[in-house]
Design a protein around this ligand. Structure first.
Ligand SMILES: Nc1nc2c(c(=O)[nH]1)N[C@H]1C(S)=C(S)[C@@H](COP(=O)(O)OP(=O)(O)OC[C@H]3O[C@@H](n4cnc5c(=O)[nH]c(N)nc54)[C@H](O)[C@@H]3O)O[C@H]1N2
Ligand SMILES: Nc1nc2c(c(=O)[nH]1)N[C@H]1C(S)=C(S)[C@@H](COP(=O)(O)OP(=O)(O)OC[C@H]3O[C@@H](n4cnc5c(=O)[nH]c(N)nc54)[C@H](O)[C@@H]3O)O[C@H]1N2
Ligand code: SF4
Ligand SMILES: [Mo]
Length: 889
């Protein structure tokens, strides 16, 4: 008999971060999918991080949105699309074009985005289309445009490897762009002279791999880079020849910077001690090949655009731009943040990097689209858009691929605003997001692995996402739903039969009347046949019709301003303190290694959920002590806008007076951990980007009467506990609980939490001090266990979770389960560090205690930790460093 042909791998691109790694996906007949890094992809050369490696665990069809539904009742696609066309048409007719809006996402493919933007701006005649990129990249876009005349990222990933000095500003690369970070780490291992400096108020995992950490005060970045510019001048490091030929505004920028040339003033303005500043300034002045990478610590600020300008000024004034190993580098977050910018998805942009404010550009696009109208004024930016929604100015809204109820600031107000809108459409892949309850009409979208199109990564590289799975239920690509609505409204120019057809049009527009006047030009791809599109290899723009491209931009000037010169912007330090006596703490928010945003996909992976399984709040030990908070207590933080309950993580990694909480947890995973309920709707006045990293909050210990922890083979029921947080675990779920008053009957409570069937065998134990343990079995099968105590439950989470899915027949093992402690032969691994091999902090601490085991490589040899995807290497380094430095007594 002939062996069955080996299943074929599909080359595609990871749907998470902006690194844009190539993935080989192999669907197997029994339904599983093999995932591997694509050796041939120039972003990752075969590497994947923990999230990329776990993609297969997120593809199961449960909880998917499978059919269109209106007010919760299933409807046909035909009826659904007709309804959208009718309601949007009626609103435009009765209330004008600005009464409708689209709120979209950097997670859409370029083709989806292109159709959305064309329909709104050219056919409905409104620029009320904004995207979650407003919360993400808007300050970088604005900063680029005011200096370069265009939204251009000048460099490439190789620059990070070739730099002699890499400065990371408000970027936790080790957790948020892990594969790029691994490329950097590999380059530094080969060239140990390379220096890495991290500018971040927090000591992040990235700091473990850096030479110098500058713990700036929040928003201390503008003074810091003013100080750098002043020092560059004083040290004679400016490139006067480059400035004479290619720059405007250098003198004014230097005037603004000079006051920060004074070290004592700079130390005060940045909050960084003078010695560290001296080292940094000397390094920056003396090194020609400098790359400054920046991300949300820069963008998400009320002075975000000024931070970008302050950084760009330093690179422009030294001519350190567009050369190998030199340049500013805005690293993008979402898989297609760049693609969205290319199609003009923001409310103040036009397609193809053209300007909405420029009448000639508007005419060009209108002509190309043969559009009946063209939006002439900028639309509402995300925060304003939702305010308009609340005021009743928006009569119909379509949300695609984003969760504003969790990710926008003042998130409880967002809910109220959605309630006020007469017609809300939500396109998503899952049925149970926090935004979905506000949808009048829900539309099922094809997700990763089911849809086809392109994305552009941080270094301008366009890669294909390819389908390798059938669409579940009636899920359809987002571009299809959009063009069907446009077509039903009677608009010509929406007869796309495939993503390829949309891409060709997008490429043709980028080259239309371009002749080198605009950076974004992919005219060379405008005539791709369907097969060539199908086979398109990752390619970096520009790709002009004559076949020419540009590896990097601006080494020899050529800026996209009217006179071809870059404009230095003389920024000043405009940041103002936001804390008050009632709200004395500054809440910083951001990401953790193994979750993606609102957890609709990564939250379904047991492997990814094990790293940090509960929403937490980092608190400095002095602040914790002053508030009577000890490790593992629950704390309540509150702002003028809302409150959250989180697990205290007491650590000197945050500064005194600062707190840090992850942005990820939603009401699907925790009772009250949506941090954006606390974040005020304060925005950067230039970019409109919210200051998501600076909310003034109060802090107090939650006075819980009891705490609980459960593991369960069925999804547990938190029974309305005052606090709960659930996470997937291998073979089931884990659940943390707490309450302000004790449940009347703990046994009944436990049965409900664990959803025990009648007839389950129960082993339980209680003492007079309020400790109670209960474990349930069905024959040899372990169903679940609940531990309750007046203080935070001390059982080993790793051990308890490891019992799930196992057979527990022997009574000795059953009692061990009840005790929540492994036998002496199985030491507790501690909190998970390496998700590929299940290695924990305590495993690593024990290994590092042995003589000779003092490097990440040695730990890898001993435990395998860090030897697969490598996402945890910074944390391993951190544990090694911790072992080296004795605790102060
Ligand atoms: N694991 C994971 N990776 C992701 C994502 C995810 O959800 N999970 N999301 C992706 C997306 S969309 C994005 S935008 C990127 C974001 O990537 P990053 O920007 O690297 O991530 P964040 O954690 O949001 O913020 C980065 C750092 O900014 C610091 N910061 C706060 N305030 C300041 C300040 O005033 N100055 C300075 N210098 N730093 C400050 C924070 O302490 C934090 O460590 O990550 C992408 N990658
Ligand atoms: N406090 C605070 N807030 C923040 C941030 C922060 O650092 N701090 N970061 C901000 C940033 S940078 C970002 S990018 C945002 C992210 O915030 P969101 O965009 O709200 O987060 P996601 O969870 O990525 O939402 C994507 C949604 O699209 C769905 N989806 C996935 N694939 C598809 C598809 O193909 N089609 C459709 N139609 N739907 C799909 C997912 O199930 C999910 O519901 O959060 C912002 N908010
Ligand atoms: S670094 Fe990780 S999340 Fe980002 S694209 Fe690569 S595999 Fe995906
Ligand atoms: Mo983002």
């Amino acid at each position: 008999m002939e062996a069955a042909a080996a299943p074929k791998a599909t080359r595609t691109t990871c749907p998470y971060c902006g690194v844009g790694c190539g993935v080989l996906a192999t669907p197997h007949v029994e339904g599983s999918v093999g995932i591997a890094g694509d050796d041939a992809h120039p972003a990752n050369f075969g590497r994947l991080c923990s999230k990329g490696s776990a993609l297969a665990e997120t593809l199961k069809p449960d909880r998917r949105l499978l059919h269109p539904s209106l007010h919760g009742a299933r409807v046909s696609w035909d009826a659904a699309l007709d309804l959208v066309a009718t309601r949007f048409g009626a609103a435009v007719r009765e209330h004008g074009p600005d009464s409708v809006a689209l709120y979209v996402s950097g997670q859409m493919l370029t083709e989806d985005y292109y159709v959305a933007n064309k329909w709104m701006k050219g056919f409905l005649g409104t620029a009320n289309i904004d995207t979650n990129s407003r919360l993400c990249m808007a300050s970088s876009v604005a900063g680029h445009k005011r200096s370069f005349g265009s939204d251009t990222v000048p460099g490439t990933y190789e620059d990070l490897e070739e730099a002699d000095l890499l400065v990371l500003v408000g970027a936790n690369l080790a957790w948020c762009h892990p594969v790029l970070w691994q490329r950097v780490a590999a380059a530094k291992a080969l060239r140990p002279g390379m220096r890495i400096v991290v500018v971040d108020p927090r000591e992040t995992a990235t700091v473990a791999g850096a030479d110098l950490h500058l713990p700036v005060r929040a928003d201390g970045d503008v003074p810091l880079f003013l100080g750098v510019l002043a020092h560059l001048e004083a040290a004679g490091a400016l490139d006067h020849a480059y400035a004479a030929q290619h720059l405007n505004g250098l003198d004014a920028a230097l005037d603004a910077a000079r006051p920060y040339g004074d070290l004592a003033h700079l130390a005060k303005a940045t909050g960084v001690e003078a010695e560290r500043l001296v080292d940094f300034l000397a390094l920056f002045a003396a090194t020609d090949k400098v790359v400054t990478v920046y991300s949300q610590g820069v963008n998400q600020s009320s002075v975000g655009t000024d931070k970008v300008s302050a950084i760009l000024n330093c690179h422009l004034a030294t001519g350190r731009i567009g050369r190998p190993g030199a340049g500013p580098f805005s690293v993008t977050g979402q898989p297609n943040a760049m693609g969205g910018r290319e199609v003009g998805g923001l409310a103040n942009q036009l397609a193809a990097h053209l300007d909405l404010a420029d009448p000639a550009h508007r005419a060009l696009v209108q002509g190309f689209w043969n559009a009946p109208t063209m939006a002439a004024t900028p639309g509402l930016k995300a925060v304003d858009l939702f305010e308009a929604l609340g005021d009743g100015r928006i009569r119909a809204l379509w949300i695609i691929g984003t969760n504003p109820v969790d990710s926008l600031p003042d998130a409880d107000r967002v809910r109220a605003a959605l309630k006020a809108c007469p017609f809300v459409v939500v396109s998503d892949i899952v049925a149970d997001t926090d935004t979905m309850p506000f949808a009048h009409l829900a539309l099922p979208a094809c997700g990763w692995g089911e849809k086809d199109g392109t994305v552009t990564n941080s270094e301008r590289r366009i890669s294909r996402q390819r389908a390798f799975l059938p669409a579940p239920g009636e899920a359809r690509p987002d571009w299809w739903a959009l063009k069907e609505v446009a077509r039903r409204m009677g608009f010509a120019g929406f007869d796309y039969g495939s993503a390829a057809a949309i891409f060709r049009e997008h490429a043709a527009l980028s080259a239309h009347e371009n002749e080198g006047r605009r950076d974004f030009d992919i005219g060379g791809l405008a005539d791709l046949g369907d097969l060539a599109y199908e086979q398109l290899a990752p390619v970096r723009w520009p790709i002009r019709r004559d076949g020419t491209g540009t590896e990097r931009f601006f080494a020899d000037g050529g800026f996209f301003t009217p006179d071809g010169r870059a404009q230095l912007v003389p920024v000043t330090d405009r940041s103002t303190p936001v804390t008050t006596p009632e709200h004395p703490f500054l809440l910083n928010t951001g990401r953790i290694r193994d979750q993606w945003h609102t957890m609709t996909r990564t939250g379904r992976s047991p492997r990814l959920s094990a790293h940090l399984a509960e929403p937490f709040c980092e608190i400095h030990p002095d602040d914790a002590a002053a508030h009577g908070i000890t490790e593992a207590d629950l704390v309540e933080i509150a702002s003028e806008h809302g409150a959250a309950i989180l697990r205290a993580l007491v650590t000197p990694r945050v500064a005194r007076g600062s707190l840090f909480a992850p942005m990820h947890w939603t009401e699907q995973f925790a009772s009250k951990a949506r941090v954006n309920a606390l974040v005020p709707p304060r925005v950067d006045p230039v970019s409109g980007q919210p200051a998501s990293k600076a909310a003034a909050v109060s802090l107090k210990r939650l006075d819980a009467a009891w705490h609980g922890f459960a593991v369960s083979s069925e999804e547990p029921d938190p029974c309305g506990a005052d606090y709960w947080a659930s996470a997937r675990a291998p073979g089931g779920w884990r659940l943390e609980l707490a309450g302000l008053s004790r449940p009347l009957d703990p046994n009944t409570f436990a049965r409900t939490v664990l959803r025990l069937p009648a007839g389950a065998e129960i082993l339980s134990y209680g003492d007079g001090a309020g400790h109670r343990r209960l474990a349930a079995f069905a024959g040899p099968r372990f169903l679940g266990a609940l531990w309750m105590s007046p203080e935070p439950v001390a059982v080993s989470r790793a051990y308890a979770v490891s019992c799930l899915g196992g057979a527990v027949a022997e009574s000795a093992t059953r009692f061990r389960v009840l005790a929540g402690r492994a036998g002496a032969d199985r030491p507790d691994p501690g909190a998970l560090v390496c998700s590929c091999f299940g290695v924990g902090t305590d495993d690593i601490r024990r290994a590092v205690a042995a003589p000779g085991c003092r490097s990440v490589a040695a730990v890898g040899e001993a435990l395998k930790a860090g030897t697969n995807c490598g996402s945890c290497r910074s944390e391993i380094q951190g544990l090694i460093d911790e072992a080296r430095v004795p605790e102060p007594s």
